[in-house]
Design a protein around this ligand. Structure first.
Ligand SMILES: Nc1ncnc2c1ncn2[C@@H]1O[C@H](COP(=O)(O)OP(=O)(O)O)[C@@H](O)[C@H]1O
Ligand SMILES: [Mg+2]
Length: 313
């Protein structure tokens, strides 16, 4: 019997977007210009929105592929090796000859776990729509798309909408194609600064409602330690952040939230269930230094989650 690949996709999640190599250091305070500060703890890990989202899916047990570009350098080698060690499929991780990879230094404030990031974009460039294969990229239960390859991302989101494949969208900075991405992706999941800036609204509920009215099935706005707010046809849900001790580093909390949320969509979670699941995964990530070290396995998340569900408001 022939198996329809749409009904049994190869991947739970395919993640299209950025990946980089992070150096992370915990510091007692931010130094002023021309001052020095000692780093208490240093770590090197893979990073990036789609890259860390993909690793979250893999850690949770989902079959996942990364669609991204790296340079021909040592950072690119580390990026690829860590994806492979995590079980992320790298068949579409393209090494660009002679190019440099994206790199970041994240300075983590010891008291709050908040991060300040210095980064180099690298010269690996962006995918063009012609470089991506429609059939291959839709062979999943859910796409995770960040704004990194924005023109190619807009094409992918159009394809996904036509084919009925859900898309979890992660945008951090305003750029071309935002309108296409935000009206056609089924699940924009946005940090609150972006949501307020894009909509011009003064509060999160008004911003979420405006974004939902433009077309998506559901919208989520994340609020860091204040949690996340979900919007769909049934109303508005506030999911508080899941309390976690200690909060060591919030770098990548949003990236991990997105990866978990995309896997939740792939598993058929409803919005309330998925907000709770993704918040638990993101909170557990904050226990350790770096975007990826603290990402839990599925059994660790299940142990953390209590039985109550958030209420609709
Ligand atoms: N201090 C924290 N404690 C527990 N959960 C957190 C904390 N900071 C962030 N999170 C979780 O991570 C999610 C995404 O964080 P946020 O800071 O909004 O995104 P980004 O990292 O993209 O800026 C939040 O909605 C929350 O669920
Ligand atoms: Mg983010």
């Amino acid at each position: 019997m022939l198996i329809n690949t749409r009904e049994v996709p190869t991947f739970a999640v395919i993640a299209l977007g950025g990946c980089c190599w992070d150096y992370l250091g915990i510091i007692p305070h931010y130094p002023g210009v021309d001052q020095k500060v000692a780093i208490a703890e240093l770590s090197m890990q893979g990073g990036g929105q789609a890259g860390t989202g993909a690793v979250a899916v893999a850690r949770l047990g989902g079959k996942v592929a990364i669609v991204s570009r790296i340079g021909e350098d040592e950072f690119g080698r580390h990026i690829r090796e860590t994806f492979e060690a995590e079980g992320v499929d790298t068949r579409w991780l393209m090494q660009v000859p002679g190019a440099t990879s994206q790199w970041a230094f994240c300075a983590i404030d010891e008291t709050t776990g908040k991060r300040t990031i210095f980064y180099i974009h690298g010269t690996k460039g962006k995918f063009t729509p012609e470089e991506l294969d429609r059939e291959a990229i839709l062979d999943c239960r859910c796409l995770l798309v960040d704004g990194h390859h924005n023109v190619a991302a807009a094409q992918v989101v159009r394809w996904a909408q036509e084919a009925g494949v859900p898309v979890v969208l992660d945008l951090e900075r305003r750029q071309d194609q935002d309108d296409v991405l935000l009206t056609r992706a089924s699940h924009p999941v946005l940090p609150h600064k972006f949501a307020l800036s894009y909509t011009g609204e003064g509060d999160v509920v008004a911003a979420g409602e405006a974004l939902l009215a433009a077309g998506p099935q559901a919208v989520v706005i994340t609020l860091g330690p204040e949690g996340a707010v979900g919007f769909d046809a049934d109303g508005v849900i506030h999911q508080p952040a899941i309390p976690m001790e200690p909060i060591v580093d919030t770098t990548g909390a949003g990236d991990v939230f997105h990866g978990a949320f995309a896997y939740g969509v792939a598993m058929g979670h409803d919005l309330a269930e998925n907000l709770r699941f993704s918040s638990a995964v993101a909170a557990m990530k904050c226990r350790m230094l770096g975007g990826r070290a603290g990402i839990p396995t599925m059994s660790e998340v299940q142990r953390l989650l209590s039985s109550g569900r958030p209420q609709r408001i």
